[in-house]
Design a protein around this ligand. Structure first.
Ligand code: PYC
Length: 446
């Protein structure tokens, strides 16, 4: 009885409308597509006729808005420009393929347990948008709110965790400090004994935190933006920005020139290069951050675990792989390769926390580029050049901020007024000395 109910519900889901047009209409001229269960089977076996999730367009000679960077920030900005403000004559440019930068290289951790009230409010809005994103985009982004633990191994970090917990609570964000016994209940195989190099004294526990499928977020936003008429141009490198009399007039690209009065810099790694094209200098240095993934094993790790002292964080994906990350490398570089030093350090530190993982094998390692600012907070908002906007300097926090950054940058572009949530992150704060110190909320020490 139960099995036949389940089969019926799968068939119902499979025969209902799928795709952007089902929800958004077909503003870009796509035919709405509808699958029956048999279509899904046919497509699955034949691999043929899958409709494109987003379209390919010729580069137009002008757009109302040009977004540079086809990661989650750029695509979300385009999506919310169209959805919330009806601005659809928008191009998103990426010099590679969408999601090939930080959006495809991060460790997909979502949380809002920051240190400053401004940071907490901002990231809390992002978590709330992530919570509804699958429904909003009609695309499963697999957000798993499994909880997030930041371990404290000394009195100094325990004090910072208590501080963060109190500010989080004041801002309505669920966080509390818990002791080793409770940690052990959440993660039974973690070593909470006292006779180790760095005993665990407690942790900041943040139940709404978790992990997400980062590629799905990129593809979902791309599909949602495309369905509303946004043009996504991959393999289109920005080579210059035209500025005359203090305002943006156009963008030069490897595929041709575009006239536009609005450019939004949503890049990472190359954010300083793009800004310099418009004559805007920024206090950013770029560091690689390395990560690695193991072979898949049965699910055994529920929350995300972070240890600043041991410079490591770990989570288990729905596929069963363990995903590890570390601090940024101690030198500036644009390299996106992994190193043996990282692997050795990572393995040693992971085994101090969880000795039972000794036999697991690493499958892959890589790195992403982190644009670090002096106060570990982003740079968002207007610049001295009219029409040139910044959504950059994300350090190690970029992916989790994608939705709220897109929403607020879209509002800024549409209304020419900075939303309250991003006022603290303006570029001019460095002149005023009004820094937004968020280092205490970094996943691991830098
Ligand atoms: O801030 O949660 C974080 C984080 C994880 C990996 C890099 N940053």
């Amino acid at each position: 009885m139960r099995a036949s109910k389940a089969i019926k519900s799968v068939l119902r889901a499979a025969t209902s409308s799928v795709g952007p047009d089902a929800r958004n209409g077909s503003k870009n001229g796509h035919k709405p597509y509808r699958y029956s269960a048999f279509d899904l089977l046919r497509h699955g076996f034949s691999q043929a006729d899958w409709p494109r999730a987003w379209s390919k367009h010729d580069l137009k000679s002008s757009y109302d808005v040009v977004v540079v960077g086809g990661g989650v920030h750029g695509l979300a900005t385009a999506y919310y420009l169209a959805k919330n403000h009806g601005i659809t004559n928008v191009a998103v440019l990426d010099k590679g393929y969408i999601g090939s930068g930080g959006s495809g290289r991060n460790t997909a951790i979502i949380r809002s347990n920051y240190l400053t009230p401004e940071g907490i409010r901002f990231y809390d809005r992002s978590v709330k948008l992530y919570e509804i994103l699958s429904a909003d985009l009609n695309y499963n982004v697999m957000f798993a709110q499994r909880g997030h633990l930041t371990l404290a191994h000394n009195d100094g970090s325990l004090r910072t965790m208590r501080w963060r917990a109190e500010v989080n609570k004041l801002e309505g964000v669920d966080s509390e400090v818990i002791g080793p016994d409770e940690i052990k209940k959440l993660v039974p195989f973690i070593d909470t004994s006292e006779d180790v190099r760095y005993p665990i004294l407690g942790a900041l526990y943040h139940p709404p935190g978790g992990i997400i499928r980062h590629d799905a977020v990129v593809w979902g936003y791309a599909r949602g933006a495309d369905a509303q008429g946004v043009h996504i141009h991959q393999n289109t490198e920005v080579t210059g920005i035209d500025v005359a009399d203090g305002r943006v007039e156009g963008v030069k690209t490897s595929q041709g020139d575009i006239a536009t009065r609005v450019v939004v810099n949503c890049t990472a790694g190359w954010s300083t290069l793009i800004s310099e094209m418009a004559g805007v200098r920024m206090p950013i240095s770029t560091f690689p951050l390395q990560a690695a993934v193991t072979e898949p094993v049965r699910p055994f790790l529920d929350p995300v675990i972070v240890s600043g002292t041991l410079h490591v964080y770990v989570s288990q994906t729905d596929r069963g792989e363990l995903v590890f990350g570390a601090s940024v490398d101690p030198f500036t570089s644009y390299s996106m390769r992994g190193s043996l030093e990282f692997t050795e350090g990572l393995a040693g530190h992971v085994l101090e926390l969880m000795p039972s993982l000794a036999k697991m094998r690493l499958l892959r390692q890589w790195s992403g580029l982190c644009d670090m600012t002096p106060d570990f907070s982003p740079i968002m908002g207007v610049t001295p050049v009219d029409g040139f906007f910044l959504d950059v300097g994300w350090g190690t926090y970029g992916f989790k901020a994608g939705p709220v950054s897109g929403e607020t940058m879209a509002e800024l572009v549409a209304t020419e007024k900075s939303p309250e949530l991003i006022v603290p992150f303006g570029l001019e704060r460095f002149e005023r000395g009004a820094l937004m110190g968020e280092k205490g909320a970094a996943a691991v020490g830098h």
